[in-house]
Write a protein that binds this ligand. Structure first.
Ligand SMILES: Cc1cc2nc3c(=O)[nH]c(=O)nc-3n(C[C@H](O)[C@H](O)[C@H](O)COP(=O)(O)O)c2cc1C
Length: 333
């Protein structure tokens, strides 16, 4: 099966160059620099090969929010698959197929949100529920009554947790929409955490240690270090350039995910080495799923898994806990 996705240039490496400024589409905002920064920052690190040991097998599994993952990968929320990729499938179908692929590969995914609550939020959340509940829902930082409405909609759904992409307050299309978004401060985040009840709450779109500590004080269970794949602020710093100081500030008190520009298993390894608990990959998996459905998504996830396992073996890491800062080195470019 191959479906069209003609708004994505489908480059050999998904690096933000050919699609600069294309929103709707899959590009970064403005000159596309924040998206490109994400990809390039990862290349500043190299892996330190070390095969002088007696490691025979590696175990890439890890436990996040009570779920055991085959390796530390989650798929990032991508809403509006039709408008952004040019495919013919609705978000419900995309997310159903993605959730199934993730489940079969022993990982999980996030689903997104949009102005059209039914098609971009409720049905994608239902897809997670129907596929066994192995995924997170993500709510945009709408004005509070709209947040409450969405949390109520998913109360009865089986999901791993509820996230909010606070950085979507910067999406130009949403700020002046019929359902406006707004910045969320510590009190607002605390209120949202309360509304989540016993479901974990994850704040997505954190780029400074200060913001991470505010999320922590508000009771968040996790954060995603993210600049929304470079879609909300041109020239935003790369996520890999801020990850280490955020990890240091949080001191293991909540789960830290990171996303933006991760394209290989060795890229994922680098973030784990800097202290992230898991990595979200967005565009390449979304494209694979949009064009080739469950099998395409599984193949793309499997490629990352094979590369990650190989990186562990070649750096002398028998378990994910062995992946530390000592396994990578910042290179002079
Ligand atoms: C077309 C598109 C739609 C997106 N929709 C959402 C969304 O609904 N919610 C959200 O939190 N992030 C959304 N994002 C951001 C991604 O979840 C993620 O942060 C980013 O794409 C990760 O970087 P990568 O695509 O370079 O791997 C979207 C990104 C793209 C490209």
């Amino acid at each position: 099966m191959t479906r069209e996705a003609n708004l994505c240039k489908q480059c050999p490496v998904c690096n933000g160059v050919a699609c600069r400024g294309q929103i709707p589409g899959v590009g970064g905002i403005g000159q596309g620099t924040a998206f490109i920064n994400n990809v390039q920052a990862l290349k500043k690190y190299g892996l330190l090969m070390d095969v002088v040991n007696n490691i025979q097998t590696v175990d890439a599994s890890t436990t996040l929010f009570g779920k055991t993952y085959s390796f530390p990968l989650l798929i990032a929320p991508i809403a509006g698959i039709k408008n952004n990729y040019g495919t013919d499938i609705p978000d419900y179908v995309y997310n159903s197929e993605l959730a199934k692929a993730c489940d079969e590969e022993g990982i999980s995914c996030f689903v997104g949100d949009g102005i059209d609550m039914e098609n971009f939020f409720h049905l994608p959340a239902r897809a997670i529920h129907e596929q066994g509940g192995q995924g997170f829902v993500t709510i945009k930082p709408w004005v509070m009554d709209k947040v409450v409405e969405r949390i109520n909609l998913v109360k009865e759904f089986d999901v791993l947790g509820i996230a909010m992409d606070v950085d979507a307050a910067g999406l130009p299309l949403l700020r002046n929409s019929v359902t406006p978004v707004e910045n969320k401060d510590e009190n607002a985040l605390r209120k949202i955490k309360e509304l989540c009840g016993d479901k974990p709450f994850i704040v997505k779109g954190i780029m400074t240690p200060e913001a991470a500590l505010i999320a922590l004080r508000a009771g968040a269970n996790g954060i995603v270090v993210s600049n929304h794949g470079g879609r909300v602020l041109d020239d935003a710093c790369a996520t890999m350039d801020v990850l280490e100081e955020i990890v240091e500030a949080v001191q293991g008190k909540m789960t830290i995910f990171v996303d933006g520009g991760f394209r290989t298993g060795t890229d994922i390894f680098k973030a784990i080495a800097l202290g992230a608990d898991g990595v979200l990959v967005g565009r390449p998996i979304a494209l694979a799923c949009a064009t080739e459905g469950i099998e395409g998504a599984k193949k793309a996830i499997n490629k990352l898994k094979t590369e990650f396992n190989h990186a562990m073996r070649m750096t002398g890491c028998a378990t994910v806990k062995d992946i530390t800062k000592r396994k990578i080195k910042k290179q002079t470019m």
